[in-house]
Each structure stands twice: as C-alpha cells, then as structure tokens.
Ligand binder design. Structure first.
Ligand code: GLY
Length: 462
C-alpha cells in the first residue's frame, strides 16, 4: 500500500472531474472455487485498490461529492472469524490508513444508495465484471440484471481512465519490481527447459517464482510449444528438440502492479536457421517499434509500422509478396500477425479493460477498425508521458487459418501460400517488453531480459 496521501489525492482528483452525485466503487468479495469456504485466491478490484488501497474482501467505497464525505463500508469480524482467521484491524483502523474517517456496516450501503436515488441524485458506478457485484447493483438500484453494465457512468469511466492511464513515479517503481520478478521467471524458464519435460513443469517453476516474491501471476501463464495459438494455457505437451517455446507470463507485485513479458526460445540449445530468420524479423520489429515511442505518437501508427516491417521481412523470405503498403492496408499481414501491437499495463494486465477497451485505447473520435487483425488492437491512441504499455509483435503460422485463407484465395496477390504452407508446423514467435512513455521518449521497464539471438542462446546454454 502507498502512503495515505496518495489515496486522498487520487480521490480528490477523481471528485474534481465529476460535478455532483455519489461515486460508488465496489470492492471484490471472496469467490468460491468448489464450495463456499474453498475460495480462489482473493484478488481485489483494481479500481477499488487505486482509490482506496485496501486489499481485503467485503468492502465498498462511497464518495459523496456534494457533501464532501467519503465512507468505507465493510463488516467487522466476529469472534468466530477471529478464531479461524486470526485478529484483524477494525474497518475504522484500516480506513484511516487510506485517509478515510467514516465507516459503516456493509448492509447500510444499500440504504445510502436508495436514499440518494430517491432524491434524484446520480450514483456513478463502474461496469461490474463479477456477477455477485452485478447482482448487488441490480438489486440496490432496481436495474434489470442484464442492463446493469449499460447503466455504468460514462463520466466516471472517463475520469478513472484519465487518472489511471498516467502512472506516477511510485507506481512505475512498483512496475519495475513486477518486471524484475517477471525477468527472474523468464530466466528460469530459459534455463530449466529441456527435451522430455512437460510444459507444466516450467509453468510450475515460473508461477512459484511469482508466489515466492509475495506476488502472483498477473494472468494465466502462456508457456507452450504451440505458440501459434495466441492465448494457449494448455501445459500438457512434452518439449521436444527442434521446437520453440513461447513464454508469455508475468508477475504482479504484492501491490498488484503487473509485468507482462514474452520471450521465445528453442528447446534445442540453439535456434535453427529457419527459426532464426523468423525470430530476427520479430526482434527487429520489436526494437524498432520501441525506438519509435514518444509522446504525441499514435500507437495505431506504431502498430501499422510493425505490420509493414513484418510484411517486408516475410517478403524477403518469399512468404509474402507485392506492395507492402497495399498488403498492410488490405490486412494481408494479419494472417501471420493477427493481434494488436500492445495494450496499456498497470494493475490489470490489460489495464482498465473492464471499463471498456475503447475508452482506454481509443481517444474521442477514434474509430476502431473492424478489419481482421487491426480490430484486435487494444491501444491506438496518442501516447502521453506516464503511459505504460506493452510492445509485443509476433509472427505465427496458424495451420487452420492458413488453410482457410488459402481455400478462399484470400489476399492471393500478397501471400505466397505454397511457401507459407512449408511453415505450417513452425508455431510462433512473439517478443514483448513493457515500456514507460517519458517526456523525452520512452524507458523500457526492468533489467534487460535476454532478447537477441545470441543472448537467448547463451541463456539456454547457461
Ligand atoms: N500477455 C497476454 C496478453 O497480452 O493478452
């Protein structure tokens, strides 16, 4: 947790952006895994954490803008809880740590909301993504359950996005920590991989490092010999010589700031020539895209720059052909690079995604493309100092997509299908770093993680 003044200041800046009414920020509850008392590891809501800092279940924060009164709602533990869970600070003690002097039992929250609504006051809330909170909001505010999300306050969403998008130096320090733990996880995967072991063994090692650092995974680990499947969470394959391992995983710190790094390495200690050729295109693209980052640049332009570099690289290998600009405009490169170049990063790995991707990644007036590939670009807007984002180009050979496009003769003028089919068992390469936009340009977060062919091969042989 940061100093209480951080939370006071954040709430103050939030209130400044809304004229009147109440701001309701729901914390998360415990979530049962297979019976009520056997819960998933508790994860607090990131926006509640941002404004109220308290990392325990059963809390909500209410800011009355007109009365200038902030209250934390939550229930004190009974002696039965204390017997099973040990003594805990009171709600009032915890609230004071984040600069809040008013507390109330959780059951009183509904009354406060109904009273405000009855007086015609607005209660601003964020779109719920957990069903238990959706049900609470539905019941308290008499909103049909299926439209609760639509009734979320756009003013509040935009205010939260404007604040959370700009990371303060203390947040950046936490994110550096997250990336450094993530670095240790990637080094361990590179060092411990060998033919004959299960992906699950490596996945266990990397998750153990996140847990041992008093954090946890910031998202389910992608650690696979089938890197062509973008979000592959299956860990049941055995590593074999000649394969590539794509590891896309990260730690979140005890304060829940996330790292999100991808590296790709050969199961054999060295890359094959074919692997090197594809890897080099992705590496050059990643490095050049990071170089291009500075305030004022539109991330959509950097994404399209990546698409052009990948197209050029694949043309040099005879896999693509034709005019690069026309191929990218048509979306032909997306056969091999079907996702966006990156996204915002913070306490959520896709930062603030629950508020609506377009609020976060597309500025007012920016239209999201519907074209395959470009439609998956989560961040397109103009970059500002304080943004932290991922840069993660990749090249994939997805047999099912390759076959489908070939059958449809899709982008025939830009894709040499005969050559591309020779790579159908290649899998995929993605390389990803986490970057802070600074006044002067950018800064890659964390200590360097092996990335060049020489560095990765040296790490595999360490
Ligand atoms: N690193 C996983 C993702 O960006 O979706």
């Amino acid at each position: 947790m940061f100093d209480k003044n951080t939370y006071i200041e954040r709430r103050h800046r939030l209130q400044e952006q809304l004229d009147s009414g109440l701001i309701l920020l729901m914390g998360n509850q415990e979530s049962p895994m297979n019976f009520p008392d056997n819960t998933y590891r508790f994860r607090q809501d990131s926006h509640f954490l941002y404004f109220f800092g308290l990392d325990s279940p059963g809390l909500a924060g209410l800011i009355d803008i007109d009365e200038q009164k902030t209250t934390i709602f939550g229930d004190e533990l009974t002696i039965d809880h204390v017997v099973w869970m040990g003594p805990q600070p009171t709600i009032a003690e915890r609230a004071r740590r984040v600069g809040v002097n008013e507390t109330s039992p959780y059951r009183e929250l509904e009354g406060r909301i109904r009273e405000a609504l009855n007086k015609g006051r607005q209660v601003h809330f964020l779109p719920p993504y957990r069903d238990d909170n959706r049900i609470r909001l539905s019941q308290w505010m008499d909103i049909p359950i299926n439209i609760v999300k639509n009734r979320a306050s756009e003013t509040l969403i935009k205010a939260v996005v404007s604040l959370v998008s700009i990371k303060s130096p203390e947040e950046v320090a936490e994110m550096e920590k997250a990336v450094n733990i993530t670095r240790a996880m990637h080094l361990a995967a590179m060092r411990r991989a060998r033919p004959g072991i299960l992906e699950a063994e490596l996945a266990g090692i990397v998750e153990g490092i996140a847990l041992a650092a008093n954090g946890q995974l910031s998202y389910p680990a992608i650690l696979t010999v089938n890197g062509q499947t973008l979000h592959n969470h299956y860990h049941g394959n055995t590593l074999k010589d000649g394969q590539l391992v794509l590891g896309d995983f990260g730690a979140e710190t005890a304060t829940h700031y996330a790292g999100d790094i991808t590296r790709t390495f050969p199961v054999s200690k060295t890359f094959s020539t074919r692997q090197k050729e594809i890897y080099k295109i992705v590496l050059d693209t990643e490095v050049a895209c990071i170089e291009a980052l500075k305030p004022g640049v539109f991330y959509r332009d950097v994404h399209l720059f990546a698409a052009r570099m990948i197209t050029e690289g694949l043309k040099a290998l005879g896999i693509m052909k034709g005019d690069t600009e026309e191929a990218v405009q048509a979306g032909a490169h997306a056969l091999f690079f079907p996702h966006g170049l990156g996204h915002m990063l913070g306490m959520d790995v896709h930062d603030m995604e629950g508020l609506g991707e377009d609020y976060v990644g597309y500025g007012d007036g920016m239209e999201r493309s519907t074209q395959f590939g470009l439609k998956s670009l989560r961040l397109a807007r103009k970059l500002m100092p304080g943004f932290v984002l991922t840069v993660e180009p990749g090249i994939y050979f997805i047999p099912e997509l390759l076959d489908m496009w070939e059958k449809e003769r899709k982008h025939w003028e830009f894709i040499n299908y005969e050559k591309a089919q020779q790579y159908r068992d290649f899998s995929g390469v993605r390389i990803e770093d986490n970057v802070l936009i600074t006044e002067a340009g950018h800064q890659i977060l964390g200590r360097p993680i092996p990335k060049t062919i020489q560095e990765v091969e040296a790490e595999r042989q360490a």
